[in-house]
Ligand binder design. Structure first.
Ligand SMILES: NC(=O)c1ccc[n+]([C@@H]2O[C@H](COP(=O)([O-])OP(=O)(O)OC[C@H]3O[C@@H](n4cnc5c(N)ncnc54)[C@H](O)[C@@H]3O)[C@@H](O)[C@H]2O)c1
Ligand SMILES: [Zn+2]
Ligand SMILES: [Zn+2]
Length: 346
């Protein structure tokens, strides 16, 4: 089958790899109909965590079940599903307590050794272990592209806002208006935010955030601290969601939160370090919640309901739908920020 294959930092190709097969009685094989390129794929593309040559990529996908192992109970061949990007067991202590991304058998699709050697979902087929846990049915009549992000970016944004401690009437700032930020903006409004402020460097992404109700600040043009201060009677944002995953973005989050405010860190970190001025954090009584990997399984039913109800609209973020064979161009467009979100069609 065809799949996106990692070669080296900044180089991928679409190549032929062996078809996945059922390896465990609880596996399913999904024929991928849509796979997206996630901001995390860009981290891997840039070598932030080690992928090896020949590793297949991608972890945000929707498709149709093509085969199931004998112990899969909740799904059958032909079911339309979204795939959780984080693959978990569903029965360890952490899974049973809703913290599925801290699972004893935690893996991620398509990130090589780092994620437990599972094949990627930017492919014609993907093997999904513990299928009963790691697949969610797409509601009848919902198109694949609307459901697709529930397995990753959309639910991550929903989760990032839900754990941020937003109180009705709060001013919430979202640093990073990429796909995850776009869903954080919509989810913060669902949590009762009075005002959502989106900060990014890219005008097209900010325009999308505005379209779903945010006030936009271009940090290339304005000092973020001053701009947020002006919008919040000089105090700063009650809650900040960091949806970038870089030191400058984290520092912006700390600069724009009010004293006693909360920061939810959704952006991904691997080996970055930061010297923290403890007295500054302590005296300002900051609450910093590291989101970690999103425990998709605990949140995706709620997120899917929001999509079904139309309170979260995923479609505007998609700028490009390309055939899988054009994935190299898709990565280039997304990496150069000419695309806001690329969906690959098989
Ligand atoms: N916690 C999780 O489970 C989880 C899940 C999915 C993605 N992520 C992470 O969330 C982050 C965002 O993902 P995405 O898919 O939206 O990526 P993306 O690349 O589409 O968006 C990132 C956005 O951040 C903006 N940006 C970069 N530096 C900035 C800065 N200093 N200030 C403001 N904006 C800045 C970029 O212009 C871009 O619009 C990534 O770190 C990704 O790895 C985490
Ligand atoms: Zn992702
Ligand atoms: Zn588990």
């Amino acid at each position: 089958m065809k799949a996106v294959v990692y070669e080296d930092v900044g180089t991928i190709r679409v190549g032929d790899v062996p078809d996945p097969v059922i390896e465990d009685a609880r596996d399913a094989i999904v024929r991928v109909t849509r796979a997206a390129i996630c901001g995390s794929d860009l981290h891997f593309y840039h070598g932030k965590a080690p992928l090896g040559p020949g590793d297949t990529m991608g972890h945000e996908a929707a498709g149709v079940i093509e085969a199931v192992g004998p112990e899969v109970e909740r799904f059958e061949v032909g079911d339309r599903v979204v795939v959780a990007f984080d693959i978990v067991c569903g029965h360890c202590w952490f899974c049973l307590h809703g913290q599925t991304s801290l699972c004893d058998d935690f893996r991620v699709l398509g990130i090589g050794t780092f994620g437990g050697e599972l094949g990627g979902a930017q492919a014609e087929h993907v093997r999904v272990p513990y299928a009963d846990v790691n697949l969610l049915a797409i509601p009848e009549g919902m198109e694949d592209e609307r459901a697709l992000f529930v397995g990753d970016n959309l639910t991550t944004g929903y989760y990032g806002a839900a754990i941020a401690g937003i109180q009705p009437g709060d001013s919430v700032a979202v640093v990073g208006a990429g796909s995850v930020g776009f869903f954080c903006v919509q989810s913060a409004a669902l949590q009762g935010a009075k005002e959502v402020i989106a900060l990014d460097l890219e005008a097209d992404r900010l325009a999308l955030a505005e379209k779903v109700g945010a006030t936009a600040i271009n940090v290339k043009e304005r000092n973020p601290q001053m701009a947020v201060s002006e919008l919040t009677e000089g105090r700063g944002a009650d809650v900040v969601i960091e949806a970038v995953g870089s030191r400058p973005a984290f520092e912006t989050a700390v600069e724009i939160v009010r004293r006693g405010g909360a920061i939810s860190v959704v952006g991904m970190y691997v080996s970055e370090t930061l010297e923290i001025p403890l007295g500054f954090y302590w005296s300002r009584a900051l609450r910093i919640q590291f989101a970690g990997v999103c425990p998709i399984h605990s949140w995706w039913e709620r997120a899917m309901k929001a999509v079904q109800a139309g309170t979260i609209d995923p479609l505007p973020i998609i700028s490009h739908v390309l055939p899988l064979s054009e994935a190299v161009r898709g990565y280039e467009l997304f990496d150069s920020r000419q695309a806001t979100k690329v969906v690959l069609k098989t």
